[in-house]
Design a protein. Sequence first.
Length: 391
Amino acid sequence: MLTFLTDALNNSFNMFWEILWALILGFGISAIIQAVISRKEMAALLPNSSPRSLAIASGLGAASSSCSYASVAIARSIFKKGGDFTAAIIFEFASTNLVVELGIIMAILLGWQFTLAEFIGGPLMIIFLAILFRIFLKKKMIDQAREQANKGLQGLMEGHAQMDMSVSEGSFLKRIFSGKGITSTSHYFVMDWVSVWRDIALGLIIAGALAAWVPDSFWESLFFSQSGFFAKIWGPAIGPLVAVISFVCSIGNVPLAVVLWNGGISFGGVISFIFADLIILPILNIYRKYYGLKMSLFLLATSYVAMVVSGIAIEFLFEVIGLTPARRTLQTIGAIGISLNYTTVLNILFLIIGVGMLIRFIRTGGVSMLKMMNKPEMTDHDHHDHHDHQG
């Protein structure tokens, strides 16, 4: 039993060590983007479900935090302030599937083909979801959802979702390198870490345990790995269902995707699994609180269909152009350990940068902001108090 536990923890730590520098880099880039792009005008920019509004929603989502809970809270805030419901949900999906940190981690743990598939499949899923909304979403459902949203029932990370610490004065580079810009970047950087570290840790632990304890024969049977064409359809269909019961969201599901890929799920199945972080059980419960049971079931059904269809499309598209990876066993699951190589050097360098961000965060009043991350609402006074600390 002790050996099994040791193997699981060893697998988890190996994956963590392999992606540590990439996590810091990804969150750093995300923090810089958030520091120079304001959330204040989002509702005004998303007045309807026109292609232009949905494209803006996707862009704003890609420039936002990758925390699934925060993105769900931001989407409700947009909707409550008069933004279009479809555009708000599209923003939400873009913020968890088109962010830079996700692409970097996928490239490290899975390979560049998966990153490319994610950034092709993500827009496809958004298009399919928008089409489903256009066909099946009725005005009465939206009105009922708005009535429920206005009740203000609390989800998770709502304070974090409403914090706008962006800098708007000056040119792009001036905003980034100004004192306020550096402070804002450090605050977004640390708060994004705080908001997703549980999901990352849980994903690594579950992935390490599954890699150590579950035999390949189980996964091969579950995914019908030897069934040819059927496996290519079944993988995208079952991938989101595995995600629903995993309780892991944000980028924490990427280590789990490694286990599934090693176990025999299809290429498109991996992509649909990663797409599905917004239909895990805790988030479905938040949908119920935010928009009511009927709308939460609607979001589950339409999201699932869009994820499956996108996964199947990616499966066959990449097969046709010859980009589906042939290798099944990824190096990050196994006894790699720490050695003096590029990974260790990069981890040390980026840890130094991360510590610098943390020091800046602490010295500029960031600790007090952490206490607000799970508050249901933030007032303008809260925002002004925070900006007074920046410099």
